[in-house]
Design a protein around this ligand. Structure first.
Ligand code: DON
Length: 321
């Protein structure tokens, strides 16, 4: 409020900025490429025309367009926040005893490890499954789930965070690859000693993929990352500054599946996508953006989401380099 009165907000010409963002939103609307994920029926039922954009600045300035209030599952976007939470609690050194920092150059669910028998990074399934086992693993399953949901709510400044049980059940019943991946890692001793129950570990991972959010709530979560781990709405510190830096670095190099290198080249911003068609983008010290449109390209990224990011960089000088 004080910053508004003093005309000291991070984006002073908010109205003009929003006009540009709206025009990029409109520019991407006619994009018709891509295919909605169909590996589970719950995702395949989404209308390919759904398209939402929301933005939140590090000073809490907010705006949204299109289907920004409609809930969807965060899917792999959870991987970024789970890593940040695990690293905040256990420290980066401990977390990286079990998972690397390299882009894998392989599919997100591929059964492969790095030369040290570690998953390449926390943004692919193998790494994410291990990272989730590090979060509050002394609690029982119900308390762990409550804990993480409340943590997400804190990062989103109290905005909508839900859970889609049908997606969770579907994920679990079609999870042969994730089970295979986990047993392979178990055989090679990749899990921390305290992980004794793989079924529980995977259930927790599927539950976190099935957490629901909206563009509006995810924009605040992305803005918390843009703001060094402090939620811009509540001004509460949610993530320590070091894990916040670390997760942004990993999002920059590994957040967009097999397109991460090209995305980093063209857009130059940390981002994370999920198979529900969501992409979060972080412009450090400025704002968080959440994009959602279900049709995916061949790499598994939202077609409208990626074209939005490219157009954003055409119009603004936000590329980190
Ligand atoms: O583990 C799975 O198959 C999915 N629920 C992961 C979702 C996703 O967005 C892919 N990410 N890397």
């Amino acid at each position: 409020f004080k910053k508004t009165l003093q005309n000291d907000l991070i984006i002073p010409s908010w109205h003009q900025f929003c006009c540009q963002i709206k025009s990029i939103y409109e520019f991407c609307k006619p994009v018709t490429q891509g295919k909605v994920a169909d590996y589970i029926p719950q995702l395949s039922r989404f209308d390919p025309n759904l398209w939402g954009v929301a933005i939140c600045s590090v000073d809490g300035q907010r705006a949204a367009w299109g289907d920004a209030k409609k809930p969807f599952c965060v899917q792999s976007v959870s991987k970024a926040f789970n890593y940040a939470i695990a690293a905040s609690e256990r420290g980066a050194d401990y977390v990286h005893q079990f998972v690397g920092q390299e882009p894998s150059g392989r599919l997100f669910n591929e059964i492969c490890l790095d030369p040290h028998n570690k998953p390449h990074n926390p943004m692919i399934n193998s790494g994410a499954i291990i990272v989730t086992t590090l979060i509050q693993n002394k609690l029982d399953m119900a308390d762990r789930f409550d804990y993480i949901l409340n943590y997400y709510k804190k990062i989103s400044g109290g905005e909508f965070i839900g859970f889609n049980n049908a997606v969770f059940l579907s994920e679990r019943s079609t999870a042969d690859r994730n089970f295979a991946l986990s047993y392979y890692m178990k055989e090679l001793g990749c899990f921390p000693k305290e992980t004794t129950n793989l079924t529980e570990a995977l259930d927790f991972y599927f539950q976190l993929c099935s957490v629901e959010a909206t563009c509006e709530s995810l924009a605040v979560m992305a803005a918390t990352l843009a703001n060094g781990g402090v939620c811009p709405i509540t001004e509460e510190r949610c993530i320590d500054s070091r894990p916040c830096r670390d997760v942004l670095t990993l999002m920059n190099s590994c957040g967009m599946y097999d397109y991460s290198g090209q995305f980093s080249f063209h857009v130059g911003l940390p981002a994370k996508s999920g198979v529900s068609g969501v992409v979060i983008v972080v412009i450090p010290n400025l704002c968080g953006i959440a994009l959602w449109s279900p049709p995916l390209d061949e790499q598994g990224n939202s077609c409208r989401g990626v074209s939005f990011c490219k157009e954003l960089i055409n119009r603004f000088n936000f590329h980190n380099y």
